[in-house]
Design a binder for this molecule. Structure first.
Ligand SMILES: [Zn+2]
Length: 462
């Protein structure tokens, strides 16, 4: 979307916002239309890294929030390089400490020639809205902003400040996230639209709702062996490539210790009940007794569930030697680790060094990664999420989740702010095309998302 189009939109929406039908207490057709309009404008702004469009989108959102009743001084767009972050404060009575609501405004690249339709024009067909970022994560931006504007219209005064913290480079450097995580040390907790959410089965019926309370952290390490080298016609027992290979074989044979949190135990208990097979039985036994070795062995045989049991590290890149006819002077392997909450980056490095058990192999951390703890299953957040889920699907199971990937929440958790992924998006696993081609959300997701955020925010800030 071009700048001029954004301004036209704002004028158009100001008209819609003042329409009397928007004052209805329940989610109305007008509100769904308005939210879909906003989603279209968000998708229409190609906020891919390097295109400089995040500030354009942030400005448009800021203007909408101010037009909808936010005090101008409470809404800020702060540029950082070619991107920007947005903060906006919905003032409450101050009876409770503030809560933060995060989402990210940037999206992963999408090329026109790879897509069936223009990825930066919202297209509606076959019961879906298509477009880059429509699920990750512009859907929840649109739903949250619409909900806050509705609450303003309804004259809702929260018991705590509700502060939007929208990042602008979550998919890349996360510099805006790092900055945002330091701004509100007094915040009680954070709700992230970019995590958790509802799952529909293949027949579009609700299956579960995931409340994300933890993420594994990402860190890479190098294993390096150096050697004086020499002529390949005179091989010696010491050899950088052989030494590195031996070290990697020891790492391959090693499994990090099994760990668990209330979230992972809850997850295994629920998933085990749902499955009803041998693996499911093992999950339930592990949830009841985290020392059950047979259950652990059974769960570990599944790569996806094994990742929920422990830190994992795996060799991903290899380089070594400098000539066909020379003894190698250097061999390096990169090992990528996904670290269980509560485990430090340095302790994983120390474990890797102990496992390779060869002083000739140097183990070093790549870049400056950090790890974060799990957030506790807060009673108030669980109650509010229960209410939000019930608003769409009364009684649907809410399952705590630790994801193996990472979002903005990792920075807030590391800054001491408990963070919860509680997206309002319900969709089928097979419709998950985030970062891929023809990214989509069901048309039915919009009214559900509005109901979800209205129930969630009013309960958390009542
Ligand atoms: Zn995302």
């Amino acid at each position: 979307m071009k700048k001029s189009a954004a301004s036209v939109l704002l004028l158009g929406l100001a008209g819609i916002l003042s329409a009397p039908c928007a004052l209805a207490a329940k989610t109305s057709d007008a509100q769904v239309r308005e939210a879909t309009e906003l989603l279209a404008r968000l998708v229409g702004t190609p906020t891919v890294a390097g295109r400089g469009q995040v500030p354009v989108l942030a400005d448009a959102l800021a203007k909408r929030l101010v037009a909808g009743g936010f005090a101008a001084e409470d809404v800020q767009v702060v540029p950082m390089g070619e991107t920007a972050y947005l903060t906006a404060r919905y003032r409450g009575t101050g009876a409770k400490r503030p809560m933060l609501i995060s989402n990210h405004m940037d999206v992963v690249e999408a090329r026109r020639e790879d897509w069936k339709r223009d990825p930066f024009v919202l297209a509606t067909a076959d019961g879906y809205h298509f477009g880059r970022g429509v699920s990750d994560n512009k859907f929840d931006i649109a739903m949250v902003v619409e909900t806050l504007l509705r609450l303003k219209r309804e004259g809702f005064t929260p018991s705590r400040d509700i502060i939007l913290v929208f990042s602008g480079d979550e998919e890349t450097a996360m510099k805006t996230t790092a900055a945002l995580a330091e701004l509100y040390p007094d915040a009680e907790f954070l709700i992230n639209g970019d995590g958790g959410g509802g799952t529909l089965d293949s027949g579009h019926k609700p299956l579960t709702y995931s409340l994300q309370t933890a993420e594994k952290s990402y860190a890479s390490y190098t294993l390096t062996v150096t050697n004086a080298g020499g002529h390949s016609s005179r091989p010696r027992p010491d050899n950088a490539i052989y030494q590195l290979a031996d070290a990697l074989k020891r790492l391959q044979a090693y499994a990090f210790p099994v760990m668990h949190t209330e979230t992972t135990r809850g997850f295994f208990d629920f998933t085990g009940k749902q499955r009803g097979d041998a693996l499911g039985a093992a999950m339930r036994r592990f949830a009841a007794d985290s020392a059950d070795a047979a259950a652990i062995a059974e769960i570990s045989s599944d790569p996806g569930y094994n990742a929920n049991l422990r830190t994992t590290c795996v060799a991903t890149l290899l380089q070594g030697g400098h000539a066909e006819n020379a003894l190698p002077q250097k061999a390096v392997a990169t090992v990528n680790c996904r670290i269980f909450p509560g485990v430090s980056v340095e302790s994983v490095r120390a474990t890797l060094a102990a496992v390779v058990a060869d002083p000739a192999v140097t183990v070093a951390v790549v870049d400056e990664p950090f790890s974060s703890d799990a957030s506790p299953l807060r009673e108030d957040v669980q109650r509010a999420v229960r209410k939000a889920v019930d608003a769409n699907f009364p009684g649907l199971a809410v399952v705590p989740e630790m994801s193996n990937g990472a979002t903005d929440s990792q920075y807030f958790r590391a800054a001491g702010i408990p963070s919860y992924g509680a997206s309002g998006l319900y969709m089928r696993d097979e419709d998950g095309y985030a970062h891929g081609l023809d990214e989509r959300v069901p048309v039915s997701a919009v009214p559900r998302g509005l109901k979800h955020w209205h129930a969630l925010l009013t309960e958390l800030a009542k």
